[in-house]
Design a protein around this ligand. Structure first.
Ligand SMILES: NC(=O)c1ccc[n+]([C@@H]2O[C@H](COP(=O)([O-])OP(=O)(O)OC[C@H]3O[C@@H](n4cnc5c(N)ncnc54)[C@H](O)[C@@H]3O)[C@@H](O)[C@H]2O)c1
Length: 440
């Protein structure tokens, strides 16, 4: 649907339920973080919606509101949390197990976290080989699983007095699969659910259940999900905004910050070798080659659209781009992402850059879950549907807005697009940075 300007956006009144299929490290770090911020124990660092500002009009107007105020986003006090997991641990236990946040912080949030208990998961072992949990729905057809999720959502919304809902997949990375015949239309997908087609992944059943009810959906993992004709068609038909995929955090975040810089200065790149050591459950799951393949495809796609080797063959025509992830338990959630970049400058003289990012995966991902939930809710209140290209900012593998239109990976273009989309929605002029008015 066209992106209209000055749209009628329903106010963010009442409770916004945030549903998380997958309540592991990222999910619980997000929930605990919001609770801590609500209590005044910390600040929402890393969240564009909470800390970011947006300039409106010329620089001389000095009109730079906070994004959350400008766009009328739901407040943190309005959020309630729910979700599903294959482990029955409540959010306190799951957050403690994940080992991301310190015990003394979790203690202060204990009561609220303990009250958040995951619902039974829709799960299939063949899609996440290194995961073994028993908090799963009993044997039934995939169609019935989708109905059972719908019942869960109904109950959650009623019990928590939710006015609106959004969902962000924070579940494990499933094995790499390409779209098959059951993914080609809503009808084929629904028949596939009734036949319990093996090609339909659990993550797709969650997405289907949410889209069917008109719940905006984001896919935080790299596996096949919203990027199938069936689910895309369902989102459009039911007027639901969707966005994905694969949270842009540690190494890929650095890549999409650095690569546009090299390109801006017309510096060549001969090779980019990226390796990671990671010891959390995500790392264990990615130790399975099939899940790693989903992640690798997502991580490898980033450089091409930034460097455009076909337009810049002398600079980027022959890049050796390698990505590795090694499961290394001693590091837990504190990943080390190490990059060696072989670049070349004037007259082809070679240089090297080494980046060693000692990052915290879930600390980087949690604010993205918050922003995505709030922006998707805004999109829904503004009547937007289908792929929300303006949210590419958050993704390693942004879903194309339509076939044949390549997604932007350059984080600075993505941010400009996001802010200009907000201005457009609110009926203000985009900021073009031409600044013609100042030359008089
Ligand atoms: N942390 C980051 O920086 C980052 C960046 C990009 C993408 N991701 C992706 O986000 C996802 C979550 O990462 P994490 O570190 O929280 O992993 P995690 O292993 O700690 O949590 C994932 C949770 O999902 C649950 N789960 C798996 N399949 C499920 C299903 N079918 N239904 C319900 N629950 C299910 C698991 O039991 C687990 O508790 C992963 O797919 C990861 O690849 C994370």
């Amino acid at each position: 649907m066209p992106l209209e300007s000055n749209v009628d956006i329903a106010p963010a009144q009442g409770k916004l339920g945030v549903l998380l299929p997958g309540m592991g490290a990222v999910g619980t770090t997000f929930i605990a973080g919001v609770l801590a911020i609500r209590k005044g124990l910390s600040k929402p660092i890393g969240s564009l919606t909470q800390m970011g500002t947006i300039r409106i009009g010329p620089r001389t107007d000095d009109n730079v509101p906070l994004i959350k105020d400008y766009a009328g986003l739901a407040t943190l006090d309005d959020l309630v949390f729910g979700g599903w997991d294959v482990f029955e641990d409540d959010a306190y236990v799951a957050a403690s197990r994940a080992g991301v946040l310190e015990g003394h912080l979790l203690e202060q949030l204990g009561e609220e976290l303990r009250a958040i208990k995951p619902m039974k998961a829709v799960f299939e072992q063949s899609y996440v080989k290194n995961l073994h949990g028993d908090h799963v729905k009993p044997e039934m057809s995939k169609w019935d699983q989708a109905q059972a999720l719908d019942d869960d959502i109904n109950r959650f919304a009623e019990d928590n007095g939710c006015d609106r809902l959004v969902a962000v997949w924070c579940g494990s990375t499933e094995v790499y699969r390409e779209a098959s015949a059951v993914h080609q239309s809503i009808e084929a997908f629904e028949q596939g659910l009734k036949d319990s087609a093996p090609e339909i992944a659990p993550s797709q059943i969650y997405a289907y259940a949410c889209l069917k009810r008109g719940i905006p959906y984001a896919n935080g993992a790299p596996n096949l999900n919203l990027d199938t004709p069936a689910l895309l068609e369902l989102a459009r038909r039911n007027q639901v905004p969707i966005t994905g995929k694969d949270f842009k955090t540690g190494q890929t975040l650095m890549k999409t910050i650095l690569a546009p810089g090299f390109k801006a200065r017309m510096l060549g790149v001969e090779g980019w070798y990226s390796t990671n050591i990671l010891g959390n459950r995500d790392g264990e799951i990615l130790d399975d080659p099939e899940s790693f393949k989903a992640k690798e495809m997502s991580k490898l796609g980033v450089l091409d659209t930034i460097f455009e080797p076909e337009r810049n063959p002398d600079l980027y025509g022959d890049i050796h781009h390698v990505v590795r992830i090694n499961y290394y338990p001693p590091r837990g959630d504190n990943k080390e992402g190490w990059d060696n970049i072989d670049i070349f400058g004037w007259l082809g003289y070679k240089m090297q850059i080494k980046v060693d990012f000692l990052c915290r995966d879930s600390i980087l991902a949690a604010p993205l879950v918050l922003d995505l939930a709030l922006f998707l809710d805004l999109a829904k209140r503004g009547g937007m549907s289908g792929v929300q290209e303006w949210l590419s900012f958050y993704w390693k593998s942004p879903q194309p807005v339509q076939e044949g239109v390549y997604p932007e990976h350059d984080i600075f273009i993505q941010l400009t697009k996001l802010k200009n989309t907000l201005r457009h929605l609110m009926g203000d002029d985009p900021v073009t940075h031409v600044g013609a008015e100042y030359y008089d």
